[in-house]
Design a binder for this molecule. Structure first.
Ligand code: NI
Length: 166
């Protein structure tokens, strides 16, 4: 699957809830997982592959290989606690990373690919990854969370990075 690059319109659009977990969706989940592992990412949201569906895949344990894959359908953060600043990157913003403030702990509720409810309490990298991926479903990239000053710096740097690539 092709990963969309910031600032693509679909990355800025809210994903819609999934109403049916069918064969086509299972296929999409498998493709998203392999795309994520291939790109050595920790998480991937459906927006990033051009699908406006509330679906994310994650594996914070295995960088680039299947370790503990997690599939979240229609996920919602129901509780969050504390604050933590940490470095983030994104497969849609290649060659760039920045510090982002997130909740230190979150509790997320959603469905897995077998339509079973999942409730996860997470902290550390997992909590950060959940918040990052759910942001994508709401049409937000981590760079949208930078302070106004840092965002100006990002835009300049990003323009340079993109120019070097073409
Ligand atoms: Ni991302």
């Amino acid at each position: 699957m092709n990963i969309l690059v910031y600032p693509h319109e679909i990355l800025k659009t809210k994903a819609r809830p999934i109403k049916l977990i069918d064969g086509a969706l299972q296929e999409m989940i498998d493709q998203m997982l392999s795309t994520m592992y291939e790109a050595k990412g920790l998480g991937l949201a459906a927006n990033q592959v051009g699908e406006l569906k509330q679906l994310v895949v994650m594996d914070v344990a295995g960088k680039g290989k299947p370790e503990k894959p997690i599939v979240l359908i229609n996920p919602v953060i129901v509780a969050s606690e504390g604050e933590e600043i940490g470095e983030e990157g994104c497969l849609s913003v290649p060659d760039y990373s920045a510090k982002v403030k997130r909740a230190a702990k979150v509790e997320v509720v959603g469905y897995d690919r077998h339509e079973q409810e999942i409730r996860l309490q997470a902290e550390g990298l997992m909590a950060r990854c959940i918040q990052h991926e759910l942001d994508h479903l709401n049409g937000l990239c981590f760079v949208d969370r930078l302070s106004p000053v840092r965002r100006v710096m990002f835009r300049k740097k990003w323009a340079r990075i993109r120019q070097d690539k073409t």
